[in-house]
Design a protein around this ligand. Structure first.
Ligand code: FAD
Length: 476
């Protein structure tokens, strides 16, 4: 086990001096929220201190201090992660970026924005719109920081048309574990200039460097959009319709799926039964929620007509147009709160965020449901049908914690093995953290996993940064 230095009261005083007043917590003063993220089943781990930073220079000073003394450092944004990524497994210091929340400058000629890393996704998206621009990545949790999004390579609802967070990062400022400040990337549209350290940092979950500023690509906001709900008798029919929708060349901005159980949970949670549970007496087994965008109302009308034709061909029970701004807000708010709805009536939850080829979604979901039920768990699922990224929750209200952990591990092991058989990947967007390390290792194999660990060592020879995540172990 690595010998890390404990943060004695004397060291804590020195560290406090590097951070401004009111932004440093030590020992019993540390708010409990810093001990977990949004998937509490992966355990609570308290840091020894928290620094709520406001500048790159502060991060650099803290990092240098910790590296020289071998004190673990865990970067944290808003703590909305779902894999225990921002949880300090080895104690030490959390560097929280939530106060680095300034949007610094729009570059209207190069269509990008320069921002601090703690800006919340919802704030950036809303602010960009006031400039007529859109920041396309749209993960469900809008209070996450853009730094957290980049560090996990977050995906979200619009990935099927626009791609994921990685595709919108042009440049960044990072602090290396040694405390050195480095600028990566430029505001240019393409590059073929050596190894892309920028892309190595994106999705590295705070294990290689701490990001402090970002230059993010923006696009002109589409003039108009419309969402449509397509109900089907069975979830498998809904999933089977996806290739036809994609082949119709409508360039849908989102193609989300939800099953009947999550529709029910959502209605109970929001008190607003917004997704249909039956159509003309036929029970709905699953729905697609499709968003189309266009440069004009006429273009959008044509796309809607085409989608209606496809829907009929693939056996949709109806086509419900979400046609008012209020209704649109409610529908997407309900979609974004699916996980919160599950949490509201579930004692224990574990999650999977696999991505499988689109034509294997239905078979995979069936396998998970059967495996879950055979082990006494009930399953809730929804996700991004357009890109095969599935959010699957293994739940129990009847088991005690220990039994749940045993049963959910059996189900997870079987499902990740099935995912590999289907040529899928462990995580589509929530990343690895410490919860999914075993499955990453099994999925990529020893050579790739070993290379990842060596890359980590090059960036962080003292192994202080986000200990025990992705490809390293706390015991090392
Ligand atoms: C209800 C709900 C819905 C969600 N929906 C989606 C979704 O649709 N798509 C999706 O992708 N995710 C989703 N998530 C997961 C989560 O919001 C994302 O993982 C998000 O990117 C985390 O951002 P954060 O600021 O909360 O980061 P944190 O949780 O604080 O940290 C996440 C990881 O990034 C690292 N990190 C954070 N900031 C930095 C930094 N500045 N430099 C280096 N490393 C850093 C941390 O160490 C950690 O490993 C959802 C979560 C919830 C609770």
């Amino acid at each position: 086990m690595a010998e890390y230095t404990k943060l004695t009261p004397a060291l804590a005083e020195e560290l406090k001096a590097l951070v401004g007043p009111g932004r440093f917590y030590y020992g019993d003063d540390i708010p409990v929220d810093y001990s977990h993220d949004e998937m509490p089943i992966y355990g609570k781990h308290f840091p020894e201190a928290v620094c709520e930073v406001e500048s790159t220079e502060e991060v650099a000073a803290i990092m240098k201090f910790c590296n020289e003394r071998r004190i673990p450092v865990t970067p944290r944004g808003a703590g909305t992660g779902l894999v225990g990524g921002a949880v300090p497994l080895a104690g030490g210091v959390i560097i929280c970026t939530a106060r680095m929340n300034k949007i610094l400058e729009y570059d209207m000629k190069n269509l990008c924005v320069h921002t601090q890393v703690g800006v919340r996704l919802c704030d950036l998206a809303a602010d960009a719109l006031t400039h007529g621009l859109m920041y396309p990545p749209d993960p469900g949790e809008k209070t996450a920081t853009v730094g957290g999004n980049v560090s996990t390579n977050a995906g979200g609802m619009r990935a099927v048309k626009y791609g994921v967070t990685r595709d919108y990062v042009l440049a960044m400022t990072v602090v290396l574990p040694t405390g050195e400040i480095m600028h990566l990337g430029r505001s240019v549209c393409k590059t073929s200039s050596g190894y892309s350290l920028l892309h190595l940092i994106i999705g590295s979950e705070g294990t290689l460097a701490m990001i402090t500023e970002l230059t993010l690509k923006l696009i002109p906001a589409p003039s108009c959009d419309v969402s449509l709900i397509l109900p089907f008798e069975a979830l498998a029919d809904a999933i089977a319709a996806v290739p036809a929708i994609k082949l119709a060349n409508l360039e849908a901005q989102s193609i989300e799926f939800m099953d009947a159980d999550i529709i029910k949970s959502s209605a109970e949670f929001t008190g607003n039964p917004i997704f249909p549970t039956e159509c003309d007496g036929t029970p709905v087994g699953g729905c697609l929620l499709v968003t189309l965008v266009g440069g004009s109302e006429d273009e959008l009308d044509l796309k809607m007509e085409k989608l209606a034709e496809v829907a009929e061909e693939v056996g949709s029970l109806d086509v419900l147009v979400v046609d008012s701004p209020n209704l649109k807000r409610e529908v997407w708010a309900a979609r974004s709160s699916f996980l919160t709805a599950i949490e509201a009536d579930t004692k224990f939850i574990d999650e999977m965020d696999v991505v499988v080829p689109v034509d294997r979604i239905a078979d995979f979901l069936l396998f998970v449901r059967q495996t879950g039920e055979a082990n006494g768990l009930y399953i809730r699922n929804f996700g991004h049908a357009g890109d095969g990224n599935l959010h699957i929750y293994c739940c129990s209200n009847s088991m005690e914690r220990e039994e749940f952990l045993v049963k959910s591990k059996i189900v997870m092991d079987a499902c990740y093995a099935k995912c590999a058989e289907f040529e899928g990947q462990v995580s589509g967007e929530h990343a690895i953290g410490h919860a999914k390390k075993q499955y990453l290792r099994e999925s990529v194999g020893e050579t790739a996993f070993g290379l990842m660990a060596q890359i980590k060592q090059v960036f962080d020879p003292n192994m202080i940064l986000n200990v025990g995540k992705v490809c390293t172990y706390v015991e090392e």
